[in-house]
Design a protein around this ligand. Structure first.
Ligand code: FAD
Length: 641
C-alpha cells in the first residue's frame, strides 16, 4: 500500500469494529458544537440525513443544492427498496448480519473493504428503526410486521420497501427532520446554487465557490469543514436512469484540488430499464429490479422474431437467466443479468427498437397471486411503464434493456468517510466505499442513510474537535483565488462562439462511453475511446455554442460547465479501465473471462482499490493503490448457478 493512502481501518475484531472506533472518537460539548460551521453540498438522502443529524447535535449548517427544494434530489426516484439485516431474535441477528455482509462483499466481487461492509450490515437494522420513527410508510404484512422482498444477488428476502417509491418516502422522512432544523435556525438552506470549486487552506477544506443560478453571480461560502453529498456520475453516458442534472462537477473539482478518485471506471449498468424508443431520447427510465421477483425474463428462441409475445408458445421461449443460473434465476446480480441480455441481443434474438430489448413477463405471477397482489406491490411502476410505452404490462410483457444507472467509483474516502484532504468528507454515491466493483441492489439507499445518520456525524465531530484552528486571512485569500479561477473558466466557455450545442457533445460522449467503456470493455476499444474523447474535447473547446450571458439564467452555460467535467472524468474512467487488466463485477474486460463467459478476477495483481491522484503541475494523473485483505470471507469466484 502506498504510504499516503491510509484507510484508517479499526484494529482488532472486524465484528463490532465500528463500536470500538466510536468509543475512541473525540466528542464535543453542545456549547462548543454551536461554534462550528459545516458546509454540506447536496441534499439527497446522504446530504439531508447528515445535515439534519449534525444540526440536531448542535452544529451550524450551510446546506447548498442546485435544486429549489431538497425534495427534488435524485434520491426521490429510487424505487425498489432498502436492504437491512433484521431479525426478531438476538441469536439470529448475527446470522442475518453475516448474510448481508457476505452478499455485499460477494456482489462487489471482492473489491470493497471488509470493515466498511461489516459496519454497513451492523447498522442496517437501526436505519429501518430510524425511518419507521420518522413515519416512513414501509409496506407491512397483514399482522403489521414490516414486509420485505428479494433483490438481485441475494437468496434471502431483506429489502424493505414503500411500494415503488422507497426513495421518495425515505427522502420525505429526512426532509422533515431537515425542515425542523431549518426552522430552528441551525440549517441555512441555500438553494439554486451550483457548487463549482472547493476552497483549500493548508490542505484542509474550508469553503466552496458557488454560482447563483438565478442571477449568475459567483459566491463564496466559508466553514470549518466541507461535506460533499452530490450523488453519482452515470450521466457521463448521456443516456442514463439518473435525473437530467445529476453531475460530477463538485467531486471532479475537488479531485482537481487534490482529492483522490477511486476506481472511476466502476459503473453499474442496470438490467431493467425501458429501452430508448428512438435516437433523440435524452433520458432513460428504470423499472425497478424488484420486478424481477415476479417477472420472468425471456426472449423468443427464434432469431429476429417479430411475433407478438402473447402468440409465442411456452416451448418457443428462452428463459435465458433461469436456464443459465438455476439457483438465482432472474435474480442474479445486475452485472450478470446485463451482460447476458446484451450478449443474447447481439446474437440477434433481441426484440423492439434496434433489437435491444428483452421481455420481462408478469403473467405467471399474475396467475399465481392475482392481479390485486401484483398491483399492490408494483402499481406505480406499472402505471409509469404504461404511460411511457403505451402498453399495459399486466397484459403484454414489458420490454426492458440494460442502461447506465449507478457509479460505484467516486472520491476515495477512509473508514471515517474523509477524503485525503483534511476536513473534506464525502457521502453517498459520491464516494467509493462499500460497493466494490458492483453494487448489490437496495444497498445504495442503505449506504446513504448510514453515511448521513450514523457515521459522518460521529467522525466529523471528532475531526472538528481536533482541528479547531482556523486562519481567516488565509481562507479569504484562498477564496479569492478559487473565485478567480471559476470566473476564468466561465469566461473561456462564453468566448468560444462555435456552432454546436452542448447536447451534441454530450450525446457523442455518451455514445463513445457506452460502446467502448460500458457493459463490456477491451483494451483496443478503450485505446480508441481515449483518442475519440480527446478529439471530442478539442472540438468542444473550439466549436461550443452557448448564449453569451452571464448575468442571469443560462441553462446552456450550466450544462457546458458540467459537460467539461464529464469529458475530463471520462478520460480518467477509460484510463482506469485500461489499467485494470482483469474482470471483476461490473468491470468486464473481454480479454479476461472464463470459458462460460464469467468474469475472471486477477487477485494477485488487482486485489486493491485503484486510487488516482491529479498532478496539478503537469495536469497528469498517477495511479496508486490501497490493498484489500479478506479475513472473514475467503476470496472465491462468484457463482450464481
Ligand atoms: C431510477 C433509480 C432508482 C433507484 N432505486 C434504488 C433502490 O431501489 N434502492 C437503492 O438502494 N438504490 C436505488 N438507486 C440508487 C440511489 O437512489 C442513489 O444512489 C442515491 O439516492 C444517491 O443519493 P445521494 O444522497 O448520494 O445523492 P443524490 O440523491 O443524487 O443527491 C445529490 C444532491 O447533490 C446536489 N448537487 C449535486 N451536484 C451539486 C453541485 N455541483 N452544486 C450544488 N448541489 C449539487 C443535488 O442538488 C442533490 O441535492 C436508484 C437510482 C436510480 C437512478
Amino acid at each position: 500500500m502506498s504510504n499516503f493512502i491510509n484507510p484508517n481501518l479499526p484494529s482488532g475484531e472486524l465484528e463490532g469494529g465500528w463500536h470500538t472506533t466510536v468509543k475512541n472518537l473525540t466528542s464535543l460539548t453542545d456549547e462548543k458544537k454551536s461554534k462550528f460551521e459545516i458546509i454540506i453540498v447536496g441534499c439527497g438522502l446522504s446530504g439531508s440525513s447528515a445535515a439534519a443529524t449534525l444540526a440536531e447535535e448542535g452544529f451550524k449548517i450551510k446546506l447548498l443544492t442546485y435544486h429549489d427544494s431538497p425534495r427534488r434530489a435524485h434520491s426521490v426516484s429510487a424505487q425498489g427498496g432498502i436492504n437491512a439485516a433484521r431479525s426478531l431474535s438476538e441469536e439470529k441477528n448475527k446470522i442475518v448480519i453475516d448474510q448481508l455482509f457476505k452478499d455485499t462483499i460477494l456482489g462487489g466481487d471482492f473489491r470493497a473493504r471488509e470493515a466498511s461492509c461489516q459496519r454497513l450490515s451492523e447498522l442496517s437494522s437501526s436505519i429501518i428503526d430510524q425511518c419507521v420513527s420518522q413515519g416512513v410508510p414501509f409496506a407491512r404484512e397483514y399482522d403489521g410486521t414490516l414486509a420485505t422482498r428479494r433483490f438481485g444477488g441475494a437468496v434471502v428476502s431483506r429489502t424493505f420497501y414503500a411500494r415503488g417509491q422507497t426513495g421518495q418516502q425515505l427522502l420525505y422522512g429526512a426532509y422533515q427532520a431537515l425542515s425542523r432544523q431549518v426552522n430552528c435556525g441551525n440549517i441555512e438552506l441555500i438553494t439554486k446554487r451550483d457548487v463549482l470549486d472547493l476552497v483549500i487552506v493548508n490542505d484542509v477544506a474550508r469553503g466552496v465557490i458557488a454560482r447563483n443560478l438565478i442571477n449568475g453571480n459567483l459566491e463564496t461560502y466559508k466553514a470549518h469543514c466541507v461535506v460533499l453529498a452530490t450523488g453519482g456520475y452515470s450521466n457521463v453516458y448521456f443516456l442514463s436512469t439518473n435525473s437530467l442534472k445529476s453531475n460530477a462537477t463538485a467531486i471532479w473539482r475537488a479531485h482537481k484540488r487534490g482529492a483522490n478518485f477511486a476506481n472511476p471506471s466502476f459503473t453499474q449498468i442496470h438490467p431493467t430499464c425501458i429501452p430508448p424508443g428512438g435516437s433523440y431520447q435524452s433520458k432513460l427510465t428504470l423499472m425497478s429490479e424488484s420486478l424481477r421477483n415476479d417477472g420472468r425474463i425471456w426472449l423468443p428462441k427464434k432469431i429476429n422474431s417479430k411475433d407478438n409475445p402473447e402468440n409465442i408458445p411456452e416451448n418457443e421461449r428462452d428463459y435465458f437467466l433461469e436456464r443459465q443460473y438455476p439457483k438465482y434465476g432472474n435474480l442474479v446480480p445486475r452485472d450478470v443479468a446485463s451482460r447476458r441480455a446484451k450478449e443474447i441481443c447481439e446474437k440477434g434474438f433481441g426484440i423492439g427498437f434496434g433489437g435491444k430489448g428483452v421481455y420481462l413477463d408478469l403473467q405467471d405471477s399474475i396467475k399465481k397471486y392475482g392481479i390485486e397482489v401484483i398491483n399492490a406491490k408494483y402499481g406505480n411502476l406499472l402505471e409509469m411503464y404504461e404511460r411511457i410505452v403505451g402498453e399495459d404490462p399486466t397484459k403484454v410483457p414489458m420490454k426492458i434493456y440494460p442502461a447506465p444507472h449507478y457509479t460505484m467509483g467516486g472520491l476515495w474516502v477512509d473508514y471515517n468517510l474523509m477524503s485525503n484532504i483534511g476536513g473534506l468528507f464525502v457521502l453517498g454515491e459520491a464516494n467509493y466505499s462499500v460497493h466494490g466493483a458492483n453494487r448489490l441492489g437496495a444497498n445504495a439507499l442503505l449506504q446513504c442513510l448510514c453515511d448521513g445518520y450514523f457515521i459522518s456525524p460521529k467522525t466529523i465531530t471528532s475531526w472538528l474537535a481536533n482541528n479547531e484552528e482556523i486562519d481567516n486571512r488565509k481562507i479569504d485569500e484562498a477564496c479569492k483565488e478559487a473565485l478567480h479561477s471559476v470566473e476564468k473558466k466561465i469566461k473561456v466557455l462564453l468566448k468560444i462562439k462555435g456552432d454546436k450545442p452542448v447536447d451534441y457533445f454530450h450525446r457523442t460522449l455518451g455514445e463513445i462511453m457506452i460502446s467502448k467503456c460500458g457493459i463490456s470493455r477491451n483494451k483496443n476499444d478503450l485505446i480508441i475511446a481515449l483518442d475519440e474523447v480527446e478529439r471530442l474535447s478539442n472540438d468542444f473547446k473550439s466549436n461550443l455554442k452557448i448564449p453569451e450571458i452571464n448575468s442571469g439564467l443560462n441553462v446552456e452555460l450550466e450544462k457546458a460547465l458540467r459537460l467539461e467535467d464529464f469529458i475530463e472524468l471520462s478520460q480518467l474512467m477509460i484510463k482506469d479501465a485500461i489499467e485494470r487488466e482483469e474482470s471483476c463485477g461490473a468491470h468486464f474486460r473481454e480479454e479476461y473471462q472464463t470459458q462460460e463467459g464469467e468474469a475472471m478476477r486477477n487477485d494477485d495483481l488487482f486485489s486493491h482499490i485503484a486510487v488516482w491522484k491529479f498532478n496539478s503541475y503537469n495536469k497528469t494523473h498517477s495511479r496508486y493503490s490501497e490493498d484489500l485483505t479478506f479475513n472473514k470471507v475467503s476470496l472465491n469466484t462468484r457463482n450464481y448457478k
